[in-house]
Design a protein around this ligand. Structure first.
Ligand code: SF4
Length: 411
C-alpha cells in the first residue's frame, strides 16, 4: 500500500485536473479526452471524494495556490467550478487572496462564467490562444479563430480581470518568421500582463507527429524556431516584460506563483486522473483513466478517518517514486535553472548542506567557459548571495546544460 510519511507541510500548491475537452487538438498528448461528457458528473463526484480524502489525510493543510488545469476547465459549467472551490475550502485552508488560476479556452468564455469565476475568487485566467493565424489554428485543430480569440480576451479584460495570461505556440509546421511576428505584434498590442510561449513539441503518437512522419506536414525547423524565440525575447524585453522563466514572460508582480512553486521544486498535490504530486520526498501520480478513477473512488465518501483516507487514496495512485537526494538535487537544478533568478547559493546550501561550487565545480566551470551559465552579477561581493543562472545562449541550449549536470552526477 502507498505509505506516505508526512513532514509538517507549511503550505501546499494544489493542482486540479479536468480531463475533458470538446475536441482533441492534433498536437496534444495531455491526459484529456473528447466525447466522454457523460462522465463529467460522476467524475466531479469522485474528485470531491479525492479532495476530502487528501484534506483529511493532510489535516487540512494551508494552500498557497490553486490551479485548475487540463484538459479544459472552462468546459465545465460555471456552478461545477464553484462547487469544486467550495469543496476545496471545506477540506483545505484557503484564503481569498491566494492565486487561483483557471485555464480557459476562448470559445468557452462568456459573461455568466466570468461572473461565477469572480464569485468563486478565481483571480487568474490562463487562456489557450496558441496562435492568431487562422490557417495555423486550423492546422492545430483548435476550435477558435483569431477574431473570436481576440473577442474573448477583450471580454475578460472588459469584465475586470487583471491577471490574465495567454498561451502561444511557435515552431509550427508551415509557420514563417513573418507569421510569428504578426501574431506577436497583435498579442503585444493587448498589453497583457503574462505570456506563456512554448515551442511546439512533436509528441509521439499524436496525429500531428504522424502527419509529419508521413510527409504530409513539413518537419518544424529547429533553427527557425530558435530565430522565433530570439525575436520573442527581444520584443518582450523592449516592452519591459520580465523573462522570468524560459517560456514565460510577465509584467512585474504577475509571475505565476503556482508554477514558480514547481520550478523551485517545492511540494505540490495534484488531484484527478494522471495528476502528479510531490510531497515528503515522494513523487507519485494517479491512474490516467477517468473511468477507472471514478470506479475506484465510488462509495468512498462516507465517513472518512485520517487512517482510512490513505488506504482509499492509494487506490487511485499508479506510480510512486521515492526521491533520492541526488535526484532531488538534479531536479532542483533542472527546474531552478529555468528561472531567471537561477539557483540561489544560499537556498541550495540550506536545502542540501553543501555549496553549488563544492559539488559541481568542474561542470559549472566548463558551462561558464562555454557561455551557457553565469553567476549573478553581485557574486563578487558576497559569494553566499550569488545565484547560478542560464545565459541567453544557455536558455536556447538548456537541454544541453542539464545533460551536462546529469552526466556529472553519474560519474
Ligand atoms: S484544448 Fe488543450 S488540453 Fe484540450 S486537446 Fe487541445 S491542447 Fe489538449
Amino acid at each position: 500500500m502507498f505509505d506516505l510519511k508526512l513532514e509538517t507541510l507549511r503550505t501546499l500548491a494544489l493542482y486540479i485536473h479536468i480531463p475533458f475537452c470538446a475536441t482533441k487538438c492534433v498536437y496534444c498528448d495531455f491526459n484529456t479526452y473528447a466525447g466522454i461528457e457523460k462522465l463529467i458528473e460522476p467524475y466531479l463526484k469522485a474528485l470531491h471524494t479525492e479532495i476530502q480524502l487528501w484534506g483529511t489525510k493532510l489535516d487540512k493543510p494551508k494552500l498557497s495556490t490553486i490551479f485548475f488545469g487540463g484538459g479544459t476547465p472552462s468546459y465545465l459549467k460555471e456552478d461545477q467550478i464553484a462547487k469544486l472551490i467550495e469543496s476545496i475550502s471545506q477540506h483545505f485552508q484557503t484564503e481569498d487572496t491566494i492565486e487561483k488560476t483557471l485555464e480557459a479556452n476562448p470559445e468557452d468564455i462568456c459573461i455568466t462564467k466570468l461572473e461565477e469565476y469572480q464569485r468563486s475568487d478565481i483571480n487568474r485566467l490562463s487562456i489557450g490562444v496558441q496562435s492568431l493565424d487562422d490557417r495555423l489554428l486550423k492546422l492545430l485543430g483548435r476550435r477558435h479563430d483569431a477574431k473570436s480569440a481576440l473577442e474573448s480576451i477583450n471580454k475578460v479584460i472588459n469584465f475586470g480581470f487583471s491577471n490574465i495570461s495567454i498561451d502561444l505556440m511557435y515552431g509550427l509546421p508551415n509557420q514563417s518568421l513573418k507569421d510569428w511576428n504578426q501574431t506577436l505584434e497583435i498579442v503585444l498590442s493587448l498589453g497583457l500582463p503574462h505570456l506563456s510561449i512554448y515551442c511546439l513539441g512533436l509528441e509521439s503518437g499524436t496525429p500531428m507527429q504522424k502527419s509529419v512522419e508521413l510527409g504530409e506536414l513539413p518537419k518544424p525547423d529547429p533553427d527557425l524556431a530558435a530565430d522565433m524565440y530570439e525575436l520573442t525575447t527581444e520584443k518582450l524585453a523592449n516592452l519591459n516584460y520580465r523573462h522570468y522563466e524560459i517560456s514565460n514572460w510577465a509584467k512585474a508582480g504577475y509571475e505565476s506563483r503556482h508554477n514558480i512553486n514547481y520550478w523551485e521544486n517545492q511540494s505540490f498535490l495534484g488531484l484527478g486522473p494522471g495528476a502528479h504530486s510531490y510531497i515528503s520526498g515522494m513523487r507519485f501520480s494517479n491512474i490516467k483513466s477517468p473511468r477507472e478513477y471514478i470506479l475506484r473512488l465510488k462509495n468512498n465518501n462516507k465517513s472518512i478517518s485520517a487512517a482510512k483516507s490513505l488506504k482509499d487514496i492509494s487506490q487511485v495512485i499508479d506510480q510512486i517514486e521515492n526521491i533520492s537526494t541526488t535526484t532531488e538535487i538534479l531536479d532542483t537544478l533542472m527546474m531552478g535553472l529555468r528561472l531567471d533568478t537561477g539557483i540561489s547559493e544560499k537556498k541550495y546550501f540550506s536545502r542540501f548542506g553543501h555549496s553549488l561550487d563544492e559539488k559541481w565545480h568542474s561542470t559549472i566551470t566548463a558551462t561558464v567557459t562555454d557561455g551557457l551559465v553565469k553567476w549573478s552579477e553581485d557574486s563578487n561581493k558576497d559569494l553566499h548571495n550569488r545565484s547560478l543562472q542560464l545565459t541567453e545562449k544557455g536558455k536556447i541550449l538548456s537541454n544541453e546544460v542539464l545533460a551536462r549536470f546529469f552526466a556529472a552526477a553519474e560519474n
